[in-house]
Ligand binder design. Structure first.
Ligand SMILES: Nc1ncnc2c1ncn2[C@@H]1O[C@H](COP(=O)(O)OP(=O)(O)OP(=O)(O)O)[C@@H](O)[C@H]1O
Length: 242
C-alpha cells in the first residue's frame, strides 16, 4: 500500500512551555478514510493543523507521500503537496455564491481546468449544481459542509484533512455529508484524515481510526474492530454499539 500521510513522533504546541502533541505517530494509506477520535481538548484539531502546517512541529516529522514536509508552511503544502484542509468553522465565504466559492478553491488552476473541476464536482454533488448562483449564506448546514468539501476538492488534492465535518448537523444530514466523503474517496482515491466527535458514525465510514488521549495515541485499529470492542464502546463511544 502507498502511504499518503506519515506522522512520526510529532511534538507541537502553541507556547514554548506546553506540548499539546506529545510524540504522536500515525499513518494514512492511499484512499483510506481514517478517523481521529478522543475527548475534548486531547489535541485532535492541533494534530490536523500541525499536518497542514498551521502549527509548526517542535520535533518529529510529517511526510506526505514519503516527502518530508515538516517545515513547509500551509500555503506551500496546499500548493505543491496536493493537500486539502477543511477547518471546522469559517470554511466557506458566506457572502459569495456557491460558484464563486468553488472558483476561489481552484484559484491556482487555469480557467479551463477550473471550469472542468466545477462541472465534475457539480455532477458528484448535484445539490451544488442546483444552487450554483445562490449565495452560500442561503445554504442549509449540510449543504454548506458539502460546499466546504467541494471547495477543498477543487485542486484535486490527494490528501484531505477534515475537522469535524458533521459539527452541528442533525443525524440525517450528517449521513449525507459522510456519504459525500465516501463518494470522493471512491471516485478520486483521495486519502482522508478526519477529526470527529460523532465517533460511532465516523467509525462506520472509516477504514481505521486513532483514539487520542492527552496528546498521544491511546488506541488504534480497524474501524469495525473498534466499533465492536466493549472497552472502546464504554470508554469512547458513550456505551453505543455498532
Ligand atoms: N490557538 C491556540 N492557542 C493556545 N492553545 C490552544 C489553541 N488551540 C487549542 N489550544 C489548546 O490545545 C489543546 C488541544 O486543543 P484541540 O483543539 O487540538 O483539541 P481537540 O481534541 O480538537 O478538542 P475538541 O474535540 O474540543 O475540538 C486544548 O487544551 C486547547 O485549549
Amino acid at each position: 500500500m502507498n502511504r499518503a500521510i506519515t506522522v512520526d513522533r510529532l511534538r507541537a504546541g502553541y507556547t514554548r512551555e506546553v506540548d499539546i502533541l506529545d510524540g504522536i505517530s500515525l499513518q494514512v494509506q492511499r484512499a483510506e478514510i481514517v478517523s481521529l477520535l478522543g475527548p475534548n481538548g486531547c489535541g485532535k484539531s492541533t494534530l490536523l493543523k500541525a499536518i497542514a502546517g498551521f502549527v509548526q512541529p517542535r520535533s518529529g516529522q510529517v511526510l506526505l507521500e514519503r516527502r518530508d514536509v515538516s517545515a513547509l508552511p500551509a500555503h506551500e503544502k496546499m500548493r505543491s503537496c496536493s493537500l486539502g484542509f477543511v477547518p471546522q468553522t469559517e470554511n466557506i465565504f458566506s457572502a459569495l455564491s456557491v460558484r464563486e466559492n468553488l472558483q476561489i478553491g481552484g484559484h491556482y488552476l487555469a480557467p479551463a481546468a477550473r471550469l472542468g473541476r466545477i462541472e465534475r464536482l457539480c455532477s458528484l454533488y448535484p445539490v451544488l449544481a442546483r444552487k450554483l448562483r445562490a449565495p452560500a449564506a442561503s445554504l442549509s448546514g449540510g449543504e454548506r459542509q458539502i460546499l466546504a468539501l467541494a471547495r477543498a476538492l477543487m485542486p484535486s488534492p490527494k490528501v484531505l484533512l477534515l475537522d469535524e465535518p458533521s459539527a452541528g448537523l442533525a443525524p440525517m444530514v450528517l449521513r449525507q455529508v459522510f456519504d459525500a466523503i465516501v463518494e470522493i474517496r471512491d471516485e478520486e482515491q483521495v486519502s482522508i484524515l478526519m477529526v470527529e466527535q460523532n465517533a460511532v458514525e465516523a467509525l462506520r465510514i472509516s477504514d481505521r481510526a486513532y483514539i487520542l488521549a492527552l496528546g498521544a495515541v491511546a488506541l488504534s485499529g480497524r474501524a469495525d474492530e473498534l466499533l465492536h470492542d466493549p472497552k472502546v464502546r464504554d470508554l469512547y463511544l458513550g456505551g453505543r454499539a455498532a
